[in-house]
Design a protein around this ligand. Sequence first.
Ligand code: MIC
Ligand code: SF4
Length: 645
Amino acid sequence: MGLTLTEKILKAHVVDGDFVKGNEIGIRIDQTLTQDATGTMAYLEFEAIGVPRVKTERSVAYIDHNTLQSGFENADDHRFIGSVAKKHGIWFSRPGNGICHQVHLERFGIPGKTLIGSDSHTPTGGGIGMIAIGAGGLDVAVAMGGGAYYITYPKIVKVNLTGRLSPWVAAKDVILEVLRRLSVKGGVGKVIEYCGEGVKTLSVPERATITNMGAELGATTSIFPSDEVTLEFLKAQDRAEVWTELSADDDAVYDEEVNIDLSAIVPMAACPHSPDNVKTVAEIGRLKIDQVCIGSCTNSSFMDMMKVAYILKGKTVHPDVSLAIAPGSKQVLNMIAQNGALATMIDAGARILESACGPCIGMGQSPNSGGVSLRTFNRNFEGRSGTKDGQIYLVSPEMAALSALTGYLTDPRELGDMPAFEMPKQFVINDNMVAAPAPEEEMDKVEILRGPNIKPYPETSPLVESIECQVSLKVGDNITTDHIMPAGAKILPLRSNIPAISQHCFTVCDEDFPRRAKNMGRSIIVGGVNYGQGSSREHAALAPLYLGIKAVLVKSFARIHRANLINAGILPLTFVNEADYDKIGQGDEIAIENVRADIEAGKTELTVIDKTTGDRIPVLCELTGRTRDVMLAGGLLDYTRESLK
Ligand code: MIC
Ligand code: SF4
C-alpha cells in the first residue's frame, strides 16, 4: 500500500509512539520559528528548561507582531529575544525584516523537513512541502531543547485539484472555497494534502496562501508536493541545493477526498465574523466599503504586490476609502521599491506600512465605527481589528485593490484581460537583517537583556486530589483565542507579563470575568464546540491558569488550544452527552472528586457533580500516557524539568 506525502515525512521523523491512526506520536523537529508576541514566553520557558544550545537544525526568532512600540515594553521584548537568540544558537530576524511565515518560506524552509512554530499560521511552510505545524510556545521551547513534538496521528484528506484558475481568480479564492465546504472545524485532527494536475498551475506563494489559511480549517497542517515549481522558487532564492522532489505514492490511501475544479472557482469573500462565512461577490451584492488592507502572512508576496500595483497603476483610491498596504518581507518591499511598483502604489494614494503583521493583529489601522473593511488577511473574528463593530471581509489582493478604487466590493474579473504575471527568475537577496547566533565558545559572554515588563511564568502546582469550585464563566460555540485573550495595540505589549495581561482575559465576552475568577480563587469554565479556535497563543491558557482556572469543560476543543491547556496543567474535559451543556450554569458549585487518583489510574470517564442542581454529568478526560504525566506534574514545564533530572 502506497503512502501519502504526509505519512512519508512523518514516518521519517517519528521517534515515539506507534505509527497508527488516532495514536499520539512524537516527531523529531528539524526547524522551529517563533514570533515576538509568543516568543518572549517561549524563550523564558526555554531558559527554564535549561538546555544551553538549541538542538534543532535551524531555529529562527522573528520580530513581526509588536512593532508599534508605543511604550518601552515591545522594544524591551525585542532586545530580550535578540539576546536570548544570540546566546542559545538561534537566528534572529530583526524588526523590519518581515512577517515570520513569509520570510521563513523565502529564506529557510526546506521540503521534507519538519517545522513547528509558536504561531498558528506556521503551516504556510506546507507550500514548499514541509510538515509545518503551529504549536504553543512551550512545545516550541521543548523542541528547541531537542524534545519530540507530539501530535495525534492525523487523518489525511486529499484535495484533488484539477483545471486552472480563471483570470483574476486567486489562490485566496481556492482556500475560501475549501473553508466554505469544510468549515472552521472541518480540519480538526486532519492534514490537508493537495494533489492532482491543478497543483502545477500554482506558484509557491499561491500554494503558501492556501496552506497558510488551512489554519482556519482547524487542520493540523496542509501540504503541497515539492516539484519543479518548488525548485524554480528555491533557485530564484539561491537555495536550489535544499530541494528534493516529494509527492504521494500513486496508490496512497486517504481518509477523505475532496475534488476542486480550479476553473470553476469564482471570486469570493469571507463575511463577518468567521473565515468560513464565505459568499460570492454576487451573493453579497453592492457593498460600500470604508477601508482596504493588503498584506499579512496570507497575501503579501511579491506576486501579490505586483498584481495590486498593476490594478492601481495611474488610478486614485476612492475618496471614501483608506487603502493600507504592508508588503510581507524586506525582500518583497525592496523588490517593489526597485522595480517601481511601490511608487505606483504611493502614487495611487496607498498608505504604505512596514513589513509586519500590523492591522492583521489589530496593531493600528482599526476601521471607523461600524466600518466595512476588506482585508487580504486570514481572520475576521469579532473585534480583532480593534474596532468592536468593525465589519471585516477577507478577500484576495486582486479584489481588494480593485475595490479600493471603486469604493465598493467589486469582482476583479471586471478588469477584463489579465496580463501574464511572471515569477521572478531571481529574487533580491540580502539577509543582512538576520543576525547569526554567537559561536558556541562565545555564548557565555552574551548578556541577556531583560526589561521590567518581563515577568516569570505563572505558578503551577501538581494536579490536586479533588476539584471543588464554581463555574466562573459559561460561553457558547466557536470561542476563539481572540475572545479568551484578545490582542491589539493595548494588550499585545503585555505578552511577557501574565499578571497584567490576565486582566484582559475574556473581557470581550464578559468584562467582569478576570475579577470574578480571581475572587473565586479556583474555578472552571464551560463552553461549546470548537473551543479555542484560532491563534496558538498560550496566553489563552496561561492567563486562565493565573486566574485560578482548574478545568475547561466544553463540547469540543480546537487542537492547539487543547494542547496549551494540558501544557499549562489545566484539565481539558468534554461532555459525553453534548446536551448536558444545558444542565450546568455560570455560578454553579461543582465537584470532581478523586480526580487525581482517577487520572493516575488511567480512567478517561469522570463525573462532574453539579452541587447546585444535583446533576451528575459524565465527562471525558482523554489523556494518553505522556499527557497524563504532564497533567499530574502540573504542566509541561514541570514535567520536562522532572524528566531532564
Ligand atoms: C494571530 O494571527 O492570531 C497571531 C497573532 O499570529 C497568533 C499568535 C499570537 O497570538 O501571538 C497565532 O495565529 O498563533
Ligand atoms: Fe501575523 Fe496576521 Fe499572520 Fe498572525 S495571521 S502571523 S498576526 S500576519
